[in-house]
Ligand binder design. Structure first.
Ligand code: C5P
Length: 232
């Protein structure tokens, strides 16, 4: 089950992040690196984590005009990443250009399209997307992701029943917004569920950050998450 866990390495300091990644060697293979550590350590930091033997998901959520995203993917694909996120709201052409750039690179890199951020509630969503619901956006985005041949989609565990019929197990699902105690602290994650529930709803991978990073015993927290996934 630990092969299905991606640890969001959302620490504030590159040194601390390298230490934790080192301690996790042989225990947990997938690590997600976000904007803060990327800004601090750049590709040199990312490469160090890859050299430790980890599969790295660089979560930059690329969202720009197709040509700019294509150029970014061309560069990023040459560094040995396991996965890279792009934003499905960038539209069909952007997704196509990104996918072609990944294919042409010859690298074994997975492009993961963000669907709708797990921090959105319906109310907050409609403030900036006045004429659509989260569900409508999810359906439309899942369809475009499927049709453009992007490798994976990132969505909330609660969104899986909506997108799975469209993705038909041909697009892998990566699921953040995972919390151990149902109804417990969920920070800024509005659409959250337990690890077990996420896996039973079809998650290929779950992404977990604070439930591990803020735990008194991080390794025990990882075990607990894996146990919860096994129980289902
Ligand atoms: O700490 P927590 O478990 O909430 O971390 C979730 C991670 O997943 C964060 O790094 C966040 O950037 C990322 N993420 C997310 N929702 C998405 C895509 C990525 O929470 N839709």
């Amino acid at each position: 089950m630990k092969d299905k866990i991606i640890l969001a390495l959302d620490l504030t300091n590159v040194g601390e992040a390298l230490n934790l990644a080192d301690e996790l060697r042989g225990g947990l293979s997938h690590i997600k690196i976000g904007h803060q550590l990327y800004a601090q350590g750049g590709m040199e930091f990312v490469t160090k984590i890859i050299q430790m033997g980890h599969k790295v998901f660089l979560d930059l959520k690329l969202h720009d005009i197709p040509n700019t995203v294509r150029m970014a993917v061309e560069e990023l694909a040459s560094h040995g990443l396991w996965a890279l996120s792009i934003h499905s709201s960038g539209g069909r052409k952007m997704l196509e250009e990104a996918r072609k750039a990944a294919d042409n690179s010859g690298a074994d890199i997975k492009l993961l399209a963000i669907s709708v951020l797990t921090s959105f509630s319906q109310e907050v969503w409609q403030e900036v997307n006045p004429n659509s619901t989260i569900q409508e956006a999810l359906l439309a985005r899942a369809k475009v992701v499927m049709e453009t041949g992007v490798h994976g989609m990132v969505c909330s565990p609660l969104d899986l029943p909506v997108v799975m019929p469209i993705l038909q197990n041909k697009v892998m699902t990566v699921v953040p917004g995972v919390r151990l105690i149902k109804g417990g602290a969920k920070d800024d994650q509005e659409r959250a569920a337990t690890p077990g529930r996420a896996v039973s709803a079809g998650a290929d991978y779950i992404v977990v950050g604070r439930p591990v990073l803020e735990a008194k015993d991080r390794f025990a927290a990882i075990e607990e998450i894996a146990e919860d996934m096994k129980r289902v």
